[in-house]
Design a binder for this molecule. Structure first.
Ligand code: SF4
Length: 79
């Protein structure tokens, strides 16, 4: 799972750091540090942080590796 925080939008409310402290941390009063490659196991807490951010600054992107592969057309002969 990849996440991006729009730091131009982020107002340092720290809701994310409170709800997902393994992923987000405040550095000083207003600057936010975060792990852009959060682990799958942290998905729930990251989702809560995304929902709680008052300015919707946190964007989640699905990693290509997280997406289940489709059927193998070559192997099934379904062309
Ligand atoms: S909750 Fe949103 S505004 Fe607050 S620190 Fe996190 S990303 Fe920034």
């Amino acid at each position: 799972m990849r996440l991006v925080v729009d730091l131009n939008r982020c107002q340092g409310y720290a809701q994310c750091a409170f709800l997902a402290p393994d992923v987000f941390a405040m550095h000083g009063d207003e600057s936010l540090l975060y792990n852009p490659q959060a682990a799958q196991e942290q998905r729930d807490e990251v989702a809560r942080a995304v929902a709680a951010c008052p300015v919707q600054a946190i964007l989640l992107e699905a990693d290509p590796a997280d997406v289940a592969p489709g059927p193998d057309r070559e192997a099934t002969g379904d062309r």
